[in-house]
Design a protein around this ligand. Sequence first.
Ligand code: GDP
Ligand code: IMO
Ligand code: MG
Length: 422
Amino acid sequence: MSKVDVVLGTFYGDEGKGKIIDYLATKADIAVRCSGGNNAGHTIKVDGIKYAFHLIPSGILNEGTLAIIGNGVVIDPKVLIQEMNDLKANGKSYDNLRISEKAHIILPYHVEMDKLLEENRGSNKIGTTARGIGPAYCDKFERCGIRAEDLISDNFEKLLTININNKNKIFELYGHETINLEKTLKEYKEYAEFLRPYITDTITLLHNALDNNKKILCEGAQASLLDIDFGSYPFVTSSNPTIGGVCTGTGVGARDIGEVYGVLKAYSSRVGAGPYVTEQDNEIGDTIRELGHEYGTTTKRPRRCGWLDLVALKYTARLNGLTGLAINHVDTIGKLDKIKLCVAYNHNGETTTNFTTNTEFLNNSTAVYEEFEGNFGDISNCKTFEDLPEKAKIYLKRIEEFTGVPVKFIGTGAGREDMIIV
Ligand code: GDP
Ligand code: IMO
Ligand code: MG
């Protein structure tokens, strides 16, 4: 490992970041979540048990690793405490959890506002996860957000009172039920006491760790094409799940970053609305969804499925300075007879390999495909790249060649051990 290694999603989320993080955490002293909140859902299968992490860093399953929720994350305390209790129920400890005092707290008015705004968008819905993520980040930037350090301070009641009074004026305007101050205060004071021992200055903690030559793994959530700046705006999330968000969401400096692993599936998927050039809204997409069990970890929504888009991948590789690719679900794609890879877009009669997230451009582009042989057979016993069938090697090599980024991890199944490290 370098001083700091990073794992990021390269498409629209759910690429299998959790599994890669779980492996890399075994090499790290610290695993830190950088951005997003419980809109994320990272699945890890260990010894037949399925863990779904929304807020707790996926690195926590490795007992020696300190798991930090960084300052860039927005935290719903109720969800976090539930996750901590679930861990304990599975015989795992959360003693190693630390929460940045600067992380912002999701309050009930954020969740209500998220739902209300979606309702009001009518046919232009974003398809948010309705977890209050966007409104919580709005408050952060508006500078009225409540941080973890406020939650456990004597100032909390005052801050909450001001916010609830202000938010209730907006809810009244919409004719929406208002938020009860006393109930919220009581509930959140209980959360504060539960979480207090874990809330700390994680920025200094990370800086000291770097000074002491500790290894840090930065865990991305969401993904590059959902980025508020670089994604398919407005069909995006409200944070920067790209490389910049790693620095602003943790306090780690760019110079300390070594490997930047971009995670993708051997096909693609998206939940929520927005453009998706290689979507297969047909029998192929349905087949991929069933073979890959493509239903949301967080909202259980069926994921939209399609072919892998190398035009988009090349863009996100450049955007994040990817040094390696982690390609999951090679077992899944290998069950199809024929596989397609998008190698260019056709836009208004012109062929291009330049990607932009302009909605008009994406909605009016069609994919140019190359076709590959599928039917890889059972690859569950493949432990090296050489072990893979020739057809799988040809497919993976083409991805590597197009993007110029080496393949470092190959997913051959959902389990922790189902991975080839190249
Ligand atoms: P994340 O949000 O990026 O961590 O991804 P999710 O956990 O939301 O979705 C990825 C899904 O794919 C999970 O159900 C994983 O268990 C599963 N998965 C990850 N890698 C592989 C793989 O190589 N093969 C198969 N069959 N499943 C995988
Ligand atoms: P992980 O970390 C997939 C999507 C939502 C919606 C859009 C905005 O598991 O890969 P939000 O609630 O963030 O305001 O919703 O972003 N979205 C995700 N899609 N995986 C995720 O996280 C996602 N997090 C947000 O579906 O389209
Ligand atoms: Mg997910």
